[in-house]
Design a protein around this ligand. Structure first.
Ligand code: SAM
Ligand code: SF4
Length: 328
């Protein structure tokens, strides 16, 4: 059985937010005072998350990304990873993290065969890091970065391109791929910051980012696009690593989307831009069986909107929630 939508897209990838809490306060993600976090009992329990993932894996989902909020803020997150790793239907378990709390867990992640870690680090400058995240933890995050480079985990480095903040470092980041086997990924900033559109001086979209890079190098090699990849990928000839751009806001990748999301409170989302389709937590707490869950997932995925613009148009409120609630 393979979950499929009405456009024939096979859904095989779940992004699961394990918490809405975070130790940082990135300007593009949430206001300085943080978001209104929900009561702990409103969060999915690990048992519920395990069950949802198991049922989805029986419907053809073979890849899961754990995100948040900051996943490592939730107590016993590593134990949860361990239990997920027993599900042999999952071919890949990936994690997105800000890296501030994980340097002691890297060996364990290697042991658990975690496929890839996406580390978010938007600048290579300590003061700027503190300004963007409103926390002075660059030293810890950079330490994690170095340890991850040395580890045998696949490493992707996420950089939200923020007009007027870090666009002067785009080339410094590309240069990191010179002697490190890592995937640099520039992400277009989206309006998910818990308070609606943020004032942006100049829009740094996919085209602007790639043109900026192409102006600096005589040759930029375009890499073969892996179907359903979120990024368009490139390489500077002779460099060990690669770089990519995620057109998160211009949404030119929806045609090959294989993803669904479940937020920390159990809201099922067919698309990053939709307002949430139904609450799996309530359905489970009202006594749903595995077969009920399966029937609901099949029915809901079938209705996945064609692209992020259609999804956004279907909302009855503006896209203003924080990425930490949605699960980035
Ligand atoms: N706390 C973890 C982290 O920062 O990696 C995981 C959750 S975070 C919401 C997941 C990803 O979403 C991060 O790479 C973050 O940079 C990105 N993100 C958050 N808000 C965003 C926004 N408004 N536009 C684009 N990307 C955003
Ligand atoms: Fe926290 Fe990640 Fe949002 Fe930054 S992007 S505030 S680290 S959830």
């Amino acid at each position: 059985m393979q979950l499929t939508d009405k456009f024939g897209r096979k859904i095989s990838y779940l992004r699961l937010a394990v918490t809405d809490r975070c130790n940082l306060r990135c300007q593009y993600c949430m206001p300085a005072h943080g978001i209104d976090i929900v009561d702990r009992k409103e969060l999915l329990s690990y048992k519920e998350m395990y069950r949802i993932t198991r049922v989805l894996s029986e419907l053809g989902v073979n890849k899961v990304r754990l995100t948040g909020g900051e996943p490592f803020v939730r107590r016993d997150f590593v134990k949860f990873l361990e239990s997920l790793s027993f599900n042999d239907k999952l071919k890949e378990i990936n994690i997105t993290t800000n890296g501030a709390l994980i340097s002691n867990h890297i060996e364990k992640l290697e042991e658990l065969n975690i496929n890839a870690v996406n580390l978010s680090m938007d600048t290579l400058q300590r003061e700027k890091f503190a300004q963007i995240t409103r926390r002075d933890v660059f030293v810890n995050v950079y330490d994690t970065f170095e340890k991850l480079v040395e580890s045998n985990l696949k490493l992707k480095l996420n950089i939200v391109v923020q007009s007027g903040f870090n666009t002067d470092e785009i080339i410094d980041f590309v240069e990191l791929s010179k002697d490190k086997n890592i995937a640099i990924r520039f992400i277009e900033e989206m309006p998910f910051n818990g308070k609606g559109q943020r004032k942006i001086d100049e829009e740094w979209n996919f085209n602007k980012i790639i043109n900026h890079i192409k102006n600096q190098y005589s040759v930029v090699e375009t890499l073969q696009q892996k179907k359903s990849s979120t990024s368009k990928n490139f390489k500077i000839p002779g460099y060990l690593g690669t770089f990519g751009i995620i057109p998160a806001f211009t949404r030119t990748i929806c045609g090959d989307c294989n993803r669904i999301r479940i937020t920390a409170t159990g809201m099922f989302k067919n698309c990053l831009f939709d307002g949430g389709v139904f609450n799996v937590r309530d359905f489970i707490r009202n006594g749903a069986s595995d077969n009920d869950l399966k029937a609901l997932f099949i029915k809901t995925v079938h209705k996945k909107p064609e692209n992020g613009f259609v999804a956004e148009a279907s909302r009855d409120n503006d896209v203003s929630e924080s990425m930490s609630t949605i699960g980035g």
